[in-house]
Write a protein that binds this ligand. Sequence first.
Ligand SMILES: NC(=O)c1ccc[n+]([C@@H]2O[C@H](COP(=O)([O-])OP(=O)(O)OC[C@H]3O[C@@H](n4cnc5c(N)ncnc54)[C@H](OP(=O)(O)O)[C@@H]3O)[C@@H](O)[C@H]2O)c1
Length: 258
Amino acid sequence: MQKRAVVTGASSGIGREFAIQLAARGYRVTGVARREERLQELLNALPGEGHGYLVADLSEPACVTAVADSLAAEHCNLLVNNAGYSCFESFHESALESQDDMLSVNCRAVMALAHAFLRQSRQGDALINVSSIVAFLPTPAQPMYCASKAFIASLSECLWAEHRKRGVYVMGLCPGITATEFILTATGGESDGTTLPASMIQTSSEVVGEAMRALEKRGKATIITGRTNRLMMLMPRLLSRHRLLKTLSVIGDPEKAM
Ligand SMILES: NC(=O)c1ccc[n+]([C@@H]2O[C@H](COP(=O)([O-])OP(=O)(O)OC[C@H]3O[C@@H](n4cnc5c(N)ncnc54)[C@H](OP(=O)(O)O)[C@@H]3O)[C@@H](O)[C@H]2O)c1
């Protein structure tokens, strides 16, 4: 029987690539996002049949419930909790509502959909939660984003340990800088991140390719994509937390980098 995958944030970047690579592997994909025209375009581009989409704003509890209900209504073998965003802004100067919105999309929706998915999951199923290397390397100008990705990384590790006994694989996927619309959104359209060193940037295809290989192996709880990003993971091992924060507050400042 054909497997079913639900991918949030499927209208662009990493989520869109997940939808394409999963459809190519025979999954029936349901994409979730706000921009319907992008989802419709994706649907036309997917190989195979039986794909669909749900238009949902995951900052809205009612929309999250609708997506959770769709997971419960028809067995889902794989959930990719991918939708998320950042905003490079001063925490205290920005409106509380905008920080709260990010918390809802990046954490609350991830938690609620993971919960709905795992309740209906069976042996052999898998949950991929898209975190980031900033879960381990907190950078300035995006405190809520870094905290939200640390939340996802930690949640994923605990769920991995809890569900492996049932044969359900949980992965916390941690990409570094990836060429998507992410930086354009985070900078309010001011930068697309093309001035960043090319050696630091992966394509969505590379990130999702690594996630797919890890999904086949069903081994580790946390997958850091890209050799440069894995090298950067030496920093938290070699430096004290204090030194790490001081270093990242200089080299990780997005305003200086772009
Ligand atoms: N690109 C990077 O450098 C990078 C690095 C590490 C981790 N990540 C993570 O990778 C994931 C995907 O990001 P990306 O790089 O592919 O960026 P992207 O191209 O901007 O895609 C973000 C996706 O999230 C969806 N989304 C945002 N807000 C939403 C909302 N309120 N409701 C429903 N969907 C929403 C967007 O769809 P709509 O706008 O159509 O709703 C879009 O499909 C995110 O969780 C991000 O944190 C990205």
